[in-house]
Design a protein. Sequence first.
Length: 268
Amino acid sequence: MDEVARSLIPKEAYGAAGMKAALHKTGIGEPRNSNAGEIQLTVNGTARGSVTAPAGQTVGQFLRYQAQRWGVRSFSAYADGRKLDTADDAEPLNSISEIEIVAKDARGSVASPSSPRSLPEALLHVIEVRDKKINDLERKLRDAIGREAAAKGKSDVRVIHGVKVLTTRLDNLDRTQMREMADKFRTEIGSGVVVLGSASNGNVSLIVGVTKDLTSRIQAGKVIGPVAEKVGGKGGGRPDLAEAGGRDAAALDSALAAVYNVVESLLG
Protein backbone atom coordinates (compact mmCIF):
# COMPACT_ATOMS: atom_id res chain seq x y z
CA MET A 1 0.00 0.00 0.00
CA ASP A 2 1.39 3.42 -0.92
CA GLU A 3 1.80 6.23 1.60
CA VAL A 4 -1.23 8.18 0.29
CA ALA A 5 -3.52 5.19 0.76
CA ARG A 6 -2.02 4.43 4.18
CA SER A 7 -2.55 8.01 5.33
CA LEU A 8 -6.29 7.71 4.69
CA ILE A 9 -6.70 4.66 6.90
CA PRO A 10 -7.12 5.39 10.61
CA LYS A 11 -4.05 4.42 12.61
CA GLU A 12 -6.09 1.99 14.64
CA ALA A 13 -6.83 0.09 11.41
CA TYR A 14 -3.21 -1.10 10.96
CA GLY A 15 -2.90 -4.82 11.50
CA ALA A 16 -5.55 -7.51 11.06
CA ALA A 17 -7.28 -6.95 14.40
CA GLY A 18 -7.19 -3.19 14.07
CA MET A 19 -8.57 -3.30 10.53
CA LYS A 20 -11.52 -5.41 11.63
CA ALA A 21 -12.23 -2.98 14.48
CA ALA A 22 -12.03 0.03 12.17
CA LEU A 23 -14.34 -1.59 9.61
CA HIS A 24 -16.75 -2.54 12.37
CA LYS A 25 -17.00 1.16 13.36
CA THR A 26 -17.98 2.09 9.80
CA GLY A 27 -20.82 -0.42 9.79
CA ILE A 28 -19.42 -2.27 6.78
CA GLY A 29 -16.89 -4.63 8.30
CA GLU A 30 -16.76 -8.33 8.79
CA PRO A 31 -15.67 -8.85 12.41
CA ARG A 32 -15.53 -12.56 13.12
CA ASN A 33 -17.60 -13.99 15.93
CA SER A 34 -17.63 -17.50 17.26
CA ASN A 35 -21.44 -17.36 17.46
CA ALA A 36 -21.88 -15.99 13.94
CA GLY A 37 -23.39 -18.17 11.21
CA GLU A 38 -21.94 -19.08 7.82
CA ILE A 39 -23.54 -17.56 4.70
CA GLN A 40 -23.09 -19.15 1.31
CA LEU A 41 -22.37 -16.27 -1.09
CA THR A 42 -23.04 -16.38 -4.84
CA VAL A 43 -22.18 -13.54 -7.22
CA ASN A 44 -23.71 -13.68 -10.73
CA GLY A 45 -24.22 -17.41 -10.49
CA THR A 46 -20.69 -18.16 -9.32
CA ALA A 47 -20.27 -19.59 -5.85
CA ARG A 48 -17.85 -17.48 -3.82
CA GLY A 49 -17.68 -19.72 -0.79
CA SER A 50 -18.95 -19.16 2.71
CA VAL A 51 -18.73 -15.88 4.59
CA THR A 52 -18.97 -15.56 8.36
CA ALA A 53 -21.97 -13.42 9.27
CA PRO A 54 -20.80 -10.47 11.44
CA ALA A 55 -22.60 -10.38 14.78
CA GLY A 56 -25.28 -7.70 14.93
CA GLN A 57 -25.01 -6.72 11.26
CA THR A 58 -28.15 -6.34 9.15
CA VAL A 59 -28.74 -7.77 5.71
CA GLY A 60 -28.58 -4.26 4.22
CA GLN A 61 -25.18 -3.52 5.78
CA PHE A 62 -23.81 -6.85 4.59
CA LEU A 63 -25.03 -6.31 1.03
CA ARG A 64 -23.58 -2.81 0.83
CA TYR A 65 -20.21 -4.08 2.02
CA GLN A 66 -20.15 -6.99 -0.41
CA ALA A 67 -21.14 -4.70 -3.30
CA GLN A 68 -18.24 -2.38 -2.43
CA ARG A 69 -15.88 -5.33 -2.10
CA TRP A 70 -16.77 -6.77 -5.50
CA GLY A 71 -16.90 -3.38 -7.27
CA VAL A 72 -20.64 -3.67 -7.94
CA ARG A 73 -22.59 -0.40 -8.26
CA SER A 74 -26.06 -1.73 -9.11
CA PHE A 75 -27.38 -5.11 -8.12
CA SER A 76 -30.28 -7.24 -6.98
CA ALA A 77 -30.01 -9.64 -4.08
CA TYR A 78 -31.80 -12.81 -3.05
CA ALA A 79 -31.74 -14.67 0.23
CA ASP A 80 -32.90 -18.26 0.44
CA GLY A 81 -34.87 -17.77 -2.78
CA ARG A 82 -36.59 -14.46 -1.94
CA LYS A 83 -35.68 -10.99 -3.19
CA LEU A 84 -34.19 -8.55 -0.68
CA ASP A 85 -34.51 -4.80 -0.36
CA THR A 86 -30.91 -3.93 -1.17
CA ALA A 87 -31.18 -0.30 -0.08
CA ASP A 88 -32.52 -0.58 3.45
CA ASP A 89 -33.01 -4.10 4.74
CA ALA A 90 -32.88 -4.13 8.52
CA GLU A 91 -33.36 -7.89 8.83
CA PRO A 92 -30.74 -9.49 11.11
CA LEU A 93 -28.06 -11.21 9.09
CA ASN A 94 -27.97 -14.27 11.34
CA SER A 95 -31.38 -15.30 9.95
CA ILE A 96 -29.90 -15.83 6.46
CA SER A 97 -28.05 -18.93 5.22
CA GLU A 98 -27.63 -18.16 1.50
CA ILE A 99 -27.32 -14.89 -0.41
CA GLU A 100 -27.05 -14.38 -4.15
CA ILE A 101 -25.94 -11.02 -5.61
CA VAL A 102 -26.78 -10.26 -9.24
CA ALA A 103 -24.70 -7.34 -10.54
CA LYS A 104 -26.20 -5.04 -13.17
CA ASP A 105 -24.78 -2.45 -15.54
CA ALA A 106 -26.24 1.01 -16.32
CA ARG A 107 -28.82 -0.56 -18.69
CA GLY A 108 -30.01 -3.00 -16.07
CA SER A 109 -28.36 -5.99 -17.75
CA VAL A 110 -26.36 -8.54 -15.80
CA ALA A 111 -22.74 -7.36 -15.55
CA SER A 112 -19.53 -9.09 -14.59
CA PRO A 113 -18.20 -7.88 -11.23
CA SER A 114 -14.55 -6.97 -10.87
CA SER A 115 -12.09 -8.87 -8.72
CA PRO A 116 -12.79 -8.50 -5.00
CA ARG A 117 -11.11 -5.58 -3.27
CA SER A 118 -8.97 -6.13 -0.23
CA LEU A 119 -10.39 -4.88 3.04
CA PRO A 120 -8.20 -1.72 3.07
CA GLU A 121 -9.18 -0.94 -0.53
CA ALA A 122 -12.85 -1.44 0.25
CA LEU A 123 -12.60 0.85 3.26
CA LEU A 124 -10.79 3.55 1.26
CA HIS A 125 -13.40 3.36 -1.49
CA VAL A 126 -16.24 3.82 1.00
CA ILE A 127 -14.45 6.82 2.55
CA GLU A 128 -13.94 8.41 -0.87
CA VAL A 129 -17.60 7.94 -1.82
CA ARG A 130 -18.80 9.40 1.48
CA ASP A 131 -16.42 12.37 1.23
CA LYS A 132 -17.68 13.15 -2.27
CA LYS A 133 -21.29 13.05 -1.07
CA ILE A 134 -20.46 15.35 1.85
CA ASN A 135 -18.66 17.80 -0.45
CA ASP A 136 -21.60 17.81 -2.87
CA LEU A 137 -24.05 18.46 -0.04
CA GLU A 138 -21.89 21.29 1.36
CA ARG A 139 -21.70 22.92 -2.08
CA LYS A 140 -25.47 22.68 -2.55
CA LEU A 141 -26.02 24.15 0.91
CA ARG A 142 -23.68 27.09 0.18
CA ASP A 143 -25.48 27.73 -3.09
CA ALA A 144 -28.89 27.66 -1.41
CA ILE A 145 -27.79 29.99 1.40
CA GLY A 146 -26.24 32.38 -1.10
CA ARG A 147 -29.39 32.50 -3.23
CA GLU A 148 -31.57 33.09 -0.18
CA ALA A 149 -29.29 35.85 1.10
CA ALA A 150 -29.24 37.54 -2.30
CA ALA A 151 -33.03 37.44 -2.46
CA LYS A 152 -33.34 39.04 0.99
CA GLY A 153 -30.52 41.54 0.59
CA LYS A 154 -31.13 45.10 -0.54
CA SER A 155 -28.65 46.31 -3.14
CA ASP A 156 -27.98 49.99 -3.71
CA VAL A 157 -26.25 50.96 -6.96
CA ARG A 158 -25.01 54.47 -7.63
CA VAL A 159 -22.82 55.98 -10.33
CA ILE A 160 -19.90 58.05 -9.04
CA HIS A 161 -17.64 59.80 -11.55
CA GLY A 162 -18.83 57.36 -14.21
CA VAL A 163 -18.21 54.27 -12.04
CA LYS A 164 -21.02 52.02 -10.86
CA VAL A 165 -20.81 51.28 -7.13
CA LEU A 166 -22.95 48.52 -5.60
CA THR A 167 -23.33 47.90 -1.88
CA THR A 168 -25.41 45.24 -0.19
CA ARG A 169 -25.75 43.52 3.15
CA LEU A 170 -26.05 39.72 3.15
CA ASP A 171 -26.03 38.35 6.68
CA ASN A 172 -24.86 34.92 7.86
CA LEU A 173 -22.56 34.16 4.92
CA ASP A 174 -19.13 32.58 5.32
CA ARG A 175 -16.01 33.75 3.48
CA THR A 176 -16.48 31.37 0.58
CA GLN A 177 -20.05 32.48 0.06
CA MET A 178 -19.03 36.14 0.28
CA ARG A 179 -16.43 35.67 -2.47
CA GLU A 180 -18.92 33.81 -4.64
CA MET A 181 -21.51 36.57 -4.24
CA ALA A 182 -18.92 39.28 -4.95
CA ASP A 183 -17.99 37.52 -8.19
CA LYS A 184 -21.68 37.19 -9.06
CA PHE A 185 -22.36 40.90 -8.56
CA ARG A 186 -19.22 41.94 -10.44
CA THR A 187 -20.37 39.87 -13.38
CA GLU A 188 -23.84 41.40 -13.22
CA ILE A 189 -22.70 45.02 -13.21
CA GLY A 190 -20.03 44.41 -15.84
CA SER A 191 -17.81 47.28 -14.73
CA GLY A 192 -17.74 48.81 -11.29
CA VAL A 193 -17.11 48.39 -7.57
CA VAL A 194 -18.95 45.86 -5.38
CA VAL A 195 -18.96 46.09 -1.58
CA LEU A 196 -20.64 43.36 0.49
CA GLY A 197 -21.16 43.26 4.23
CA SER A 198 -22.30 40.35 6.38
CA ALA A 199 -23.03 40.09 10.11
CA SER A 200 -23.03 36.80 11.98
CA ASN A 201 -22.96 36.23 15.75
CA GLY A 202 -21.95 39.83 16.38
CA ASN A 203 -19.00 39.74 13.96
CA VAL A 204 -18.72 41.50 10.61
CA SER A 205 -17.24 40.37 7.31
CA LEU A 206 -16.59 42.76 4.44
CA ILE A 207 -15.47 42.17 0.90
CA VAL A 208 -14.74 44.64 -1.90
CA GLY A 209 -14.51 43.60 -5.53
CA VAL A 210 -13.35 45.86 -8.34
CA THR A 211 -13.65 44.82 -11.98
CA LYS A 212 -10.24 44.56 -13.61
CA ASP A 213 -10.89 47.38 -16.07
CA LEU A 214 -11.01 49.84 -13.14
CA THR A 215 -8.09 48.75 -10.97
CA SER A 216 -5.86 51.44 -12.47
CA ARG A 217 -8.30 54.05 -11.13
CA ILE A 218 -9.43 52.51 -7.85
CA GLN A 219 -8.14 49.58 -5.78
CA ALA A 220 -10.18 47.30 -3.55
CA GLY A 221 -7.69 47.53 -0.69
CA LYS A 222 -7.99 51.31 -0.54
CA VAL A 223 -11.78 51.09 -0.45
CA ILE A 224 -12.04 48.46 2.27
CA GLY A 225 -9.67 50.12 4.77
CA PRO A 226 -11.83 53.14 5.75
CA VAL A 227 -15.01 51.01 5.63
CA ALA A 228 -13.53 48.35 7.92
CA GLU A 229 -12.49 50.98 10.45
CA LYS A 230 -16.14 51.89 10.96
CA VAL A 231 -16.92 48.36 12.19
CA GLY A 232 -13.82 48.15 14.38
CA GLY A 233 -11.69 46.17 11.98
CA LYS A 234 -9.10 46.28 9.25
CA GLY A 235 -8.30 44.43 6.08
CA GLY A 236 -6.55 44.38 2.75
CA GLY A 237 -5.97 42.39 -0.39
CA ARG A 238 -5.37 42.64 -4.12
CA PRO A 239 -6.36 45.60 -6.33
CA ASP A 240 -9.40 43.65 -7.57
CA LEU A 241 -10.42 41.90 -4.32
CA ALA A 242 -9.99 42.77 -0.64
CA GLU A 243 -11.46 41.40 2.59
CA ALA A 244 -11.83 42.60 6.16
CA GLY A 245 -13.41 41.68 9.47
CA GLY A 246 -14.84 43.65 12.34
CA ARG A 247 -16.58 43.29 15.70
CA ASP A 248 -19.23 46.02 15.60
CA ALA A 249 -22.21 44.53 13.76
CA ALA A 250 -24.41 47.44 14.83
CA ALA A 251 -22.27 49.78 12.72
CA LEU A 252 -22.44 47.70 9.53
CA ASP A 253 -25.28 49.64 7.87
CA SER A 254 -23.61 52.99 8.42
CA ALA A 255 -20.29 51.56 7.20
CA LEU A 256 -21.89 50.41 3.95
CA ALA A 257 -23.58 53.80 3.56
CA ALA A 258 -20.16 55.44 3.80
CA VAL A 259 -18.79 53.45 0.85
CA TYR A 260 -19.96 56.03 -1.68
CA ASN A 261 -18.07 58.85 0.00
CA VAL A 262 -14.95 56.66 0.18
CA VAL A 263 -15.16 55.83 -3.52
CA GLU A 264 -15.83 59.46 -4.44
CA SER A 265 -12.75 60.63 -2.51
CA LEU A 266 -10.59 58.02 -4.27
CA LEU A 267 -11.88 58.82 -7.73
CA GLY A 268 -11.92 62.59 -7.23
